[in-house]
Every structure is written in structure tokens, then in C-alpha cells.
Design a protein around this ligand. Structure first.
Ligand code: SF4
Length: 492
């Protein structure tokens, strides 16, 4: 309505400076152009800054994006891997996406759910259906969910809040006799006003995720021809409003393949900088999905900006080096071999056993055919298969959700990550949740590999001075023993 439009305008205007938003395209172009020929020395100096876990400036990111020498890129991959190791060690955090509805008022040209697309069925999940989906997700071993919604009056903030309550309320018995439940819900939904965001905060939102898709205004207009999503600035400030509503874990992202990838990385950095400047906190995670074939979307296969695998690795590397303390998400859109490659240079979170059709987990449990999805999936492995594969590569899977429940969010978690302290807590919680997973869900083969890995991790903890100094060792061992005996959800 007209009133809603005025209100929306108000909620955007208060963030503008001299009537302008923080994406200055000419400035981004200027940075990218003026930094075309940097010396190796200059690049290496920038890498030193990344190794000191400092965020890079726009100017420095532009320099990295312009590197042409493949040998220098090899060096950058190595440094990115080292930065990741310093902040996140060998841990990877897992989540499961849950699509709650495919009703949408928008016409995004890259999406299988857009309103013009003829789908076999358009629906939003009922409470009972959500419960069934969550039971399946829990049966795989997940503790963390990202719920995804299209933009539609039927999936408004109230529906989202009720869905979250339903999800948090599902309990499922595991084979060890313990009870499992979802411990953190992240939300990917359309931009909202502050009032609605406060509602999500009340019911325990983890991270609120809104991707700008493209930061390039003309492209944005072109691919979002109608619906609320056509409003670039309403979306651009969605996370600013979230911060003002008290949600301090926010996630940004761009859909790579709509426009020049170097420009989009700069856009993500401008977004990061603006959040940091205004709220003292950068994004909790950054996502960089690549355009993948979507049913009824010509653009998804014909865009002239589609990103190849080699450039994709460069995107992840530059992001890891530019924002060392921010989580980077790689989803099952990508094939296993691509995921491996980018995990090594910087990704920290991924999904597995993923189904993105509406009601698809329950359908999978009953081996029914799935409906059309929003886009195509590249990695079809189950969670157990991925956990096993990672264990074989000495990487530990973490189901930890402690940070958020101990108040280690927003500014606090940023400070801890910057000083590499959060990682020490994470290591302990990763081991505790890994123990739970091995006992409750792992296959025999995964368990065998997992036991070796967990022992190695415990040995490392025992040797580490930090834990002794802060009296954490006794607590950790006590929790570990209690979990091994069947208690659940103990964290530090
Ligand atoms: Fe709707 Fe989101 Fe698809 Fe756009 S991308 S059509 S907003 S579901």
C-alpha cells in the first residue's frame, strides 16, 4: 500500500548520506582501474596484513583482485589457507537448509521460484510438515538449520516466527537414547522492517541472511524487473535494520554470474565496511553462490558473466584474505571437488544431505519424487559421507552452536575471532559435538576414522598452554566424559 511504501522509504532514508547509499560505482571502478599493475612486493605486504588477521581496505582488495601472475596467485592460495588455519584451525561447521515455501511475488530472472514460473505445486509448509522435515534433518545429525522463504504475504514475519518456534520445539530420539533438537536457526528471508525483525529476535534467530545478489545497480534493475525485490536500497539496508533491531549476526552475499565478479567482491567489501563503520561489527558470514541452471531461467545458463572454476577459487581467496575473521559459506550448489578446493583456501561452513525442494526431506524419507527446486544441486553426498571424507583428511566437523547461546555474537565474537581466541573455545566445542555425532549418527566406517581424529584433537588440547592457563582443561574433560555417558548439549 501507499502507507507501507512511505514507511519503507523512511526506513531507508535514515541510512543515506547526502541522499546516497554506500555503493559508489565510480569509486569501485576507479579502485579497480588504478590498481591494475602492482608489484609483487606490494602484494606481499598486503598478505602480511591478512596474516596479522586485519581486514583489508578497498584499495588493498582491489590490488589483490587485479593480480595476473599465476605464481603469485599460488602464493595467495597458500596465505589464505594459513589465515584460515590461524582463525578456524581444521574445523568446518555444518548446517542444513530448509525451504519452507516457494510462494513468491518477485520475478528474479535467475530463480526457479519466480512468480511467472509454472511449478507443479506452490505451497508453504504447515506446522506438521515442518516438523516432519526437521525430524528428517535431525535424523542425519544436524543441529543447525537455515530456513529459507520466498517473499510472499503468506510467509510474512509472523509465519517465519511461528515456523522457528515449531523447529525449536521438535525433539527426536537418537540411537544412543539421547534427545536431539535443532540448536540454532539462521534465517534467509526477504528484507523486513525493524518491527518484524524484532519479532525474529524474540524467537531466537541465529544469523539473518539477505544477499544483495548483485551490487551493480543497472544489473540489479535488469534481473529484478518487478515485485518488492525491485527496490535495490530496501534490500541494501536490510541488515542495517536488522542491527538496529538487535540482531547482531548478519550475513551478506552476492550471486556470482550476474555481473563482473571483481566488482561484486568490491561490493561485498563496501557492505562489510559500512556495517563495521556504523555498528562496529562486520558480517558474521559471506556467501558467494554461483549462478546455476534453474528451471525456466534462460539467464542462469546464458549470462555473459558466468564465473569459471578458476575464478571462483580466486573469489574465495580474496575474500578470505580481505576479511580474515568472517565465516565463508560454500553450499551444495557446488560439486564436491570444487567444494574441497575452496574449503582449503578459506571456506568455513557448508551444508550436506541437502534437499531444497519444498517438503523434500520428508519426500526423500518416503522415496517420493521431488518437485522442482529453486536451482540445481551439485553435491549430493549425505552428511555422513562428508564427515567421513573430512575425517580422512584430518578435518573435524563441528556442530557447535555455543557462541550464540553464550552471548558470543556480534562485536564480542568479532573481537575474539580477530585475536584468534574464539577458535580456542570452538576447538573444545567441536570435539564435544563431534563426540555426540559419532555416538548418535555416524556409520561404522565414519566412527572408526572419527575416533582417531578425536583422539588427535584431545592430545592437542592437553598440550595447549592456553587451556591450562584459563582452567578450561578440567571442565572440558568433565564435559567430554559426561557426553560419552549419554548427556547432551554441554558447551563451553
Ligand atoms: Fe522469489 Fe527469492 Fe526466487 Fe527472487 S530469488 S523469485 S525473491 S524466491
Amino acid at each position: 500500500s501507499w502507507m507501507e511504501q512511505v514507511k519503507r522509504q523512511d526506513e531507508v532514508d535514515r541510512y543515506l548520506i547526502n541522499g546516497e547509499d554506500f555503493i559508489h560505482e565510480s569509486e569501485i571502478r576507479y579502485q579497480l582501474d588504478k590498481n591494475k599493475s602492482c608489484s609483487k612486493d606490494e602484494i606481499e605486504q598486503i598478505l602480511e596484513k591478512s596474516l596479522a588477521i586485519e581486514r583489508l581496505s578497498l584499495d588493498e582488495t582491489a590490488k589483490l583482485l587485479n593480480v595476473k601472475d599465476e605464481n603469485l596467485w599460488e602464493e595467495m592460495y597458500e596465505v589464505a589457507a594459513e589465515v584460515k588455519k590461524r582463525v578456524y584451525d581444521n574445523r568446518l561447521v555444518f548446517f542444513a537448509p530448509l525451504y519452507c515455501g516457494n510462494l513468491c511475488i518477485n520475478s528474479c530472472k535467475y530463480c526457479g521460484f519466480r512468480k511467472e514460473n509454472k511449478l507443479e505445486e506452490r505451497k508453504v509448509l504447515t506446522k506438521e510438515e515442518i516438523k516432519k522435515e526437521v525430524e528428517y534433518i535431525l535424523s542425519q545429525g544436524h543441529k543447525r538449520i537455515i530456513v529459507v522463504f520466498g517473499e510472499h504475504p503468506q510467509t510474512d514475519a509472523e509465519y517465519i516466527a511461528n515456523s522457528m518456534k515449531t523447529i525449536y520445539g521438535v525433539n527426536k530420539r537418537t540411537r544412543s537414547g539421547s534427545t536431539s533438537r535443532i540448536r540454532r536457526i539462521n534465517v534467509n528471508a526477504a528484507p523486513m522492517n525493524v518491527e518484524d525483525l524484532k519479532l525474529l529476535k524474540e524467537v531466537g534467530i541465529g544469523t539473518y541472511q539477505v544477499f544483495q545478489e548483485t551490487y551493480h545497480k543497472a544489473t540489479y534493475k535488469e534481473v529484478h524487473p518487478s515485485g518488492l525485490k525491485a527496490d535495490y536500497r530496501w534490500r541494501l539496508y536490510a541488515l542495517h535494520r536488522a542491527m538496529d533491531a538487535g540482531i547482531d549476526d548478519v550475513a551478506i552475499g552476492a550471486l556470482f554470474g550476474l555481473y563482473d565478479w571483481r566488482f561484486e567482491v568490491m561490493g561485498l567489501m563496501c557492505h562489510t565496511e559500512d556495517l563495521e563503520k556504523r555498528f562496529g561489527i562486520g558480517p558474521h558470514t559471506i556467501s558467494f553462490p554461483r549462478l546455476t541452471p534453474a528451471s525456466g531461467s534462460e539467464l542462469s545458463t546464458s549470462s555473459k558473466y558466468l564465473v569459471n572454476d578458476a575464478d571462483f577459487k580466486k573469489i574465495v581467496t580474496v575474500l578470505r584474505l580481505s576479511v580474515p575473521y568472517t565465516g565463508l559459506i560454500i553450499t551444495a550448489r557446488e560439486k564436491p571437488e570444487i567444494r574441497d578446493d575452496v574449503i582449503n583456501v578459506g571456506c568455513t561452513q557448508l551444508d550436506a544431505s541437502t534437499k531444497i525442494g519444498i517438503g523434500a526431506y520428508d519426500k526423500a524419507a518416503n522415496s517420493e519424487k521431488e518437485d522442482k527446486q529453486q536451482f540445481a544441486i551439485g553435491d549430493l553426498r549425505t552428511l555422513d559421507e562428508v564427515v567421513k571424507y573430512l575425517a580422512d583428511n584430518e578435518k573435524i566437523t563441528s556442530f557447535c552452536t555455543a557462541g550464540y547461546r553464550c552471548g558470543r555474537t556480534g562485536e564480542k565474537i568479532m573481537k575474539l575471532l580477530e585475536s584468534c581466541t574464539e577458535g580456542r573455545f570452538c576447538k573444545l566445542n567441536a570435539i564435544l559435538t563431534y563426540r555426540e555425532y559419532l555416538d548418535d549418527y555416524a556409520s561404522e566406517e565414519t566412527k572408526e576414522l572419527g575416533e582417531k581424529l578425536i583422539q588427535k584433537e584431545i592430545d592437542e588440547v592437553n598440550k595447549e598452554e592456553f587451556y591450562q592457563k584459563h582452567n578450561l582443561l578440567v571442565m572440558f574433560h568433565e564435559y567430554y566424559e559426561r557426553i560419552a555417558k549419554g548427556e547432551r548439549d554441554l558447551f563451553i
